[in-house]
Design a protein around this ligand. Sequence first.
Ligand code: SAM
Ligand code: SF4
Length: 465
Amino acid sequence: MSKRLYIETVGCQMNVLDSELVAADLLAAGYELVDSPRRADTILLNTCSVRQHAEDKVYSALGRLKHVKTQHPHKIIGVLGCMAQKDQRKIFRRAPHVDLVVGPGQLKQLPALLERIAAGEGPQIEVSLERTAGKRSSVQASFTGHDPPRPPQARATPHQAMVRIMFGCDKFCTYCIVPSVRGPEQSRPAEEVEQEVRRLADGGCLEVTLLGQTVNSYRDTTGGRTVRLADLLYKLHDIEGLKRLKFVTNYPRHMTAELLEAVRDLPKVSPYLHVPVQSGSNRILERMKRGYTVETYREMLAAIHETIPGVAVTSDFIVGFPGETEEDYGQTVELVRQARFKNSFIFKYSPRPKTRAFDSYEDDVPDEVKRRRNNDLLAIQNAISLEENRRWVGRQAEILVEGPSKVARKRADEGSVTQLVGRTVCDRIVVLDGPEELTGQILSVTIEKADAFTLFGRRPVNPAI
Ligand code: SAM
Ligand code: SF4
């Protein structure tokens, strides 16, 4: 049987990483990765449940795949990730042509499940326990972390990699489905993380991004010694070959002085912190059960800027949360204007079944109001991002070249790859012209122009290449 695999990923970096890990396992099992579902024998959709829109996209993709399955019944169609955990058997009911449903805590089982389907054993499902299904230890054990070694071809670029350091979440923000679909918070042993980063660096990886839903609450107690995120950064910093270290996503309440000092003192750690605030209104923060006030968030921001010179801070916001008035929204606008985030991700509140907000609050902000607030806040943030980016014009920036830009990939079909994309240490995107061989190099460029999302750079006049 030929084994051509296509994986499509919806959602956050955690899902992108899971897809890479699944690809790594299946490459090891003899699969080949292809870039279209038409060419594949196994089609996997790695899904997200954070907002309704993400789920709708998956169900419509499954609708389109029905035709494919009718024409090619041997093709295997699988649903992985958060929606698989949330909807479970409902997926088979809504899309009976699906062969496989696997939750994010069960991805290790995937190669064996595919073999069972190929052997004619019919549709397979493997999901973890519900959070209320029993003792914490048994629920936790049902969400098994799986972080196999992976070759560079399983990653987006060979010079960069994400490494999971935490699984799950215990915060239970009232709007959020993540604690129920990704299970209890668990930290990976520091030694295991260190080995993985070392292996990646030995294989030529220059930049590692550590991932966790509340990454700054990392706490490994293996062997009776507590290792926090700051300690882990010190350990990883010594790894030879590694040039850059980042970590996302931070929880405002766990931003300690030790961590900020580690970011300041360790040259390989990027001065870039994603610390979502979600709202600028204390009333809404309380309804969200975020566990901090706008005042404490502002104090934390001040401490970040005081400790780390040149730091870039980014945030997430939810607009139109139940009960959000114009006054609450106005407080969010005020915070955005004062905080001057590098950029913000802004979302319209989406009610999620199995969350406290869904059970306790009416979704009472009309969609057109949510849309207006979303567009308005985005415009305010974009104007700030533009002003902040323009400060870079005329300055030198050190970038890691990630490869040809999307435009260049298109142009490559016409025979001229010229535009490259790279990133500064504070996560700003820089495009520049240059040969593809610069991919994976750290370069100093002069910034000549800026828009709200991109800096435009130029290489020195007499570059080595
Ligand atoms: N753990 C991260 C944190 O606490 O900031 C965020 C993880 S969540 C996958 C990413 C973002 O999605 C959140 O920061 C929030 O802004 C947004 N989000 C989560 N649930 C949402 C919902 N029900 N409706 C709209 N946006 C939501
Ligand atoms: Fe969701 Fe809150 Fe956990 Fe982030 S911290 S994953 S928003 S519950």
